[in-house]
Design a binder for this molecule. Structure first.
Ligand code: AMP
Length: 506
């Protein structure tokens, strides 16, 4: 009897005395200690009546116990459902009604608000605090550790991860053991992870990046992680000398570059920095490489698919691109209207097929049918193109495409022009309602520290580089762009903020 994913990430290392986690207080947690904790946690799940296929929802701060609970779910075949720690009780209500978990585990501070919601959804509730406190840990003290590892197949559901969609209802992506295992194996091999690796882990673990890409890959190879509760520049700078690798979202790297203490001496020994979850500006890539001598390796993935493409470990890491399809993954670009496959260089819808692609949206067969073709290709919603030598470039989400006066405008093209202006740190281009054009192009720019953006001069310079219909009709200057925890610019929030720009009252 086997449990492919659990055996690969923990079962096979259950006797190892080497550190899995280096904790902020200087303590370590070995693989063997983690395996013991996971067996205790599996005992709690057993006693709470959870069986293979039941769901468990976790909304709790990042902690070794939160990781142990994920692993206990894999071990018992319970479907793990991690929830963003920023969600309010009202938002959680939707997820509990939709997923019908048997058990909800939350931060003690959320217990009062979530108890009635959990009860209404037919779930029991236990708590898990950041420091190993709470009623779940208490139950683990007395529960008999489970001695069995549930037999699972690669097709069995391992996790449901809700999409971070900023518009419309969030959808539960059903990920199987095989999806997660194949992706971890592909990445561990491609990025040359080994048992000697020490990954600096400052990502949240309610998302595919921090949980599957980081933890699964490291554990598959019995490496170690420096476990930080969140990204804090000082803490990361202090930990870097002990790390060999780091995975981050682009904002991690721009924040590090803001610190004069982030230099070649501090990271000369590092093996790899990877970036994903949001676009890494070519400018950041260049600044990083100039400061440290390291070329950040950018890769591309999403909740529904795990990772799809990666720049090479050996070979050219091309700034502004997300690299080549992972082994076993097929990436193609199609005409968004007709679905016809487009030739290299043409921009269209990115579609992916491979063992990483999810099995569908939880209890949403129509949505699944809309986005997952019978041929196995998933329609990602990202627009992009593939170079003749296979590198994929993303130009943005389809829902961010602007149609002005009948012309298609890809925000990324305009953002790149604006970002090239010396007083501009970064920009976001959106479409807002316009009485004549349907939508009008609007830019929101953040100045470089200490600089002032001369909007008229910026418009004049954009005029020299862009066709007239692509030039922003208005440019707003702001201190910062709204971002979510994964560093993604929240364009829906910007569209809402500037919705009335061209709407005249009559
Ligand atoms: P999520 O499902 O929250 O992981 O978000 C997935 C989306 O993030 C993708 O569909 C892309 O739009 C975006 N994304 C992820 N990685 C990258 C990247 N390296 N460059 C640009 N966009 C990215």
């Amino acid at each position: 009897m086997t449990n492919p994913l659990y055996d690969a990430v923990l079962g096979q290392h259950a006797g190892l005395g080497k550190p899995l986690l280096h904790l902020p207080d200087g303590e370590t947690l070995s693989y063997a200690q983690m395996a013991g904790r996971v067996a205790q946690f599996a005992g709690v799940l057993d006693e709470a009546g959870l069986r293979k296929g039941d769901r468990l929802a976790l909304q709790a701060p990042k902690s070794p116990d939160a990781l142990a609970l994920y692993l206990a779910c894999l071990r018992t075949g319970v479907v793990f459902l991690p929830l963003n720690t920023a969600y309010t009780a009202r938002e959680i209500e939707y997820f509990l009604e939709d997923a019908e978990p048997r058990l909800v585990v939350c931060d003690p501070s959320m217990a009062d608000a979530l108890m009635p919601i959990a009860q209404a959804a037919g779930a029991s509730l236990l708590t898990m605090g950041e420091q190993g406190t709470g009623s779940f840990a208490d139950a683990a003290e007395t529960a008999a550790p489970s001695a069995v590892v549930a037999a699972c197949e690669t097709d069995d559901l391992a996790c449901i991860l809700y999409t971070s969609g900023t518009t419309g209802r969030s959808k539960g992506a059903m990920l199987t053991q095989g999806n997660l295992l194949s992706n971890a194996q592909a990445l561990a091999a491609l990025w040359a992870f080994s048992r000697d690796d020490v990954l600096l882990h400052a990502l949240p673990i309610f998302h595919a990046h921090g949980l599957f890409v980081a933890c699964n890959v490291v554990m598959l190879r019995s490496g170690s992680m420096i476990w930080l509760p969140r990204f804090d520049t000082e803490a990361v700078l202090a930990a870097l000398p002990r790390a060999t690798t780091m995975m981050g979202v682009p904002t991690f790297y721009t924040r590090l570059l803001d610190s004069p203490e982030f230099n070649r001496a501090r990271v000369g020994h590092m093996r790899l920095f990877t970036s994903g979850s949001a676009p890494l500006l070519a400018e950041t890539h260049a600044a990083f490489s100039q400061r440290t001598g390291h070329a950040i390796l950018e890769r591309y993935g999403m909740t529904e698919t795990g990772m799809n493409t990666s720049n090479p470990y050996e070979g050219e890491r091309r700034a502004g691109t997300v690299g080549l399809p992972l082994p076993g993954v097929t990436v193609r670009v199609t005409d968004p209207e007709t679905g016809a496959v487009l030739p290299a260089g043409q921009t269209g819808m990115i579609e992916v097929r491979g063992p990483n692609v999810f099995s569908g949206y939880w209890r949403m067969p129509e949505k699944t049918a809309e986005e997952l073709r019978d041929t196995g290709f998933f329609i990602t919603g990202d627009l992009g193109f593939i170079s003749p030598d296979g590198y994929v470039t993303i130009v943005g989400r389809q829902k961010d495409l602007i149609i002005t006066g009948g012309f298609n405008v890809y925000p990324k093209e305009i953002e790149l022009v604006l970002d090239g202006w010396e007083t501009v740190l970064e920009s976001a281009v959106i479409g807002v309602k316009h009485p004549d054009f349907g939508e009008a192009v609007v830019a929101v720019v953040v100045p470089q520290p200490g600089a002032t953006v001369d909007v008229q001069a910026l418009l004049a310079s954009a005029g020299a580089e862009l066709a007239k219909y692509k030039i922003p009709k208005r440019i707003f200057v702001v201190d910062a762009l709204p971002r979510n925890t994964m560093g993604k610019v929240q364009k829906a929030a910007l569209r809402e903020r500037y919705a009335q720009t061209f709407v005249t009252e009559d």
